[in-house]
Design a binder for this molecule. Structure first.
Ligand code: FAD
Length: 307
């Protein structure tokens, strides 16, 4: 029951102020957030590459309120791409973006987000890498998929994310699989109402497997975003049955979560990409990580109380 409460708190400004100022917060946040600046994240990218891992980089931030902030988000990604150019990792270091951070929720937000994300996708392509559009709450998805379609006209490698907990997702998966898209499938991390989403964990897991099968049997490139050992072995079996080679799908996990498993799958020859978030506006991202595993909240509470 704690998960939904934490997700509700993730929308509260008072809670944001409290959590951000609490002693001990930084130490817990650093488990999930790789650093605050590009300079801090570059060595982590290099270290991951040395270990045979790939990364997708997320400059954290969402819920912006001004057009200027949306431009700053675009510029933060352009700065990152400029640094990635020197590393020469190609698609081994790609980017994940949240369109809310590019202004999607502001007035005229669909066009604004498209205008902000396009130069990022162009710059990524110029250094031989690509961008994946994260999935946020269900009200944003029609716009996200329309932007994805638009970007794919010029940059067909642009990826997107679908969430197993939403009723709509099987239909989305069929369309994207037929289009040959790069698609990350995840369980879903937002607080969604029963009218649009499964609430029961077992139902979500079953939907995840149905969607995974659609992606594996389709024409696209499936990206399995999960730490769930059961789903990971089902994905391996579905890939085998669909006749996919090891480079025809990939696993993705979050920085700081099940790091041994990152290395184990990479050592088995799988493509393993670590979603690596960095930046100063980490509150929303951090609260979703707490909600996914209430034990994290206890750890967090303990670290505040012992400071
Ligand atoms: P769970 O059943 O939640 O977890 C399985 C096991 O993994 C747990 O038992 C635990 O051992 C470990 N684990 C999982 N989460 C945590 C945690 N926070 N802390 C510690 N241990 C944990 N969601 C979206 O809505 N939109 C996105 O764009 C999006 N992108 C993602 C990208 C990647 C690469 C990944 C891995 C997840 C992403 N998510 C996204 C989050 C996703 O929706 C889930 O909330 C999250 O992955 C937890 O689900 P799970 O599949 O790992 O399974």
């Amino acid at each position: 029951m704690l998960g939904p409460v934490i997700l509700a708190a993730s929308r509260s400004d008072n809670m944001r102020r409290f959590v951000s100022a609490a002693p001990g917060t930084k130490q817990v946040v650093s488990r999930f957030i790789a650093g605050e600046t590009v300079d801090q994240v570059v060595p982590i990218i290099v270290d991951a590459a040395d270990k045979g891992l790939e990364v997708t980089l997320d400059v954290v931030g969402e819920d912006i309120t001004t057009v200027e902030q949306s431009h700053a988000a675009r510029d933060a990604y352009l700065e990152l791409i400029d640094r990635l150019k020197d590393l020469g990792l190609g698609t081994r270091a790609e980017m994940s973006v949240k369109l809310s951070m590019f202004g999607q929720a502001l007035e005229g937000g669909h066009e604004l987000a498209l205008a902000n994300v396009r130069p990022v996708v162009e710059a990524a392509a110029a250094i031989g890498t690509t961008v994946t559009l994260d999935a946020e709450d269900h009200t944003t998805l029609d716009s996200m998929f329309a932007i994805h379609d638009e970007l794919r006209k010029d940059f067909p490698q642009t990826g997107c994310v679908i969430q197993a907990y939403l009723f709509r997702t099987e239909a989305d998966a069929r369309r994207l699989a037929a289009d040959g898209s790069r698609v990350r499938i995840v369980k879903g991390a937002y607080k969604e109402p029963a009218e649009v989403a499964y609430q029961d964990k077992a139902e979500i897991d079953k939907a995840y497997v149905r969607i995974l099968r659609i992606l594996m049997e389709g024409e696209g490139y499936p990206m399995i975003g999960s730490h769930d050992p059961r789903l990971i072995s089902i994905a391996q079996e579905l890939a085998r049955r669909a006749g996919r080679k090891l480079d025809e799908y990939e696993f993705q996990m979050l920085y700081g979560i099940r790091s041994d498993e990152h290395l184990r799958l990479a050592a088995e020859g799988h493509r393993m990409r670590v979603y690596t978030a960095y930046g100063t506006d980490w509150y929303g991202y951090f609260m979703r990580r707490l909600a996914e595993k209430p034990a994290n909240l206890l750890f967090f509470a303990r670290s505040i109380l012992t400071k």
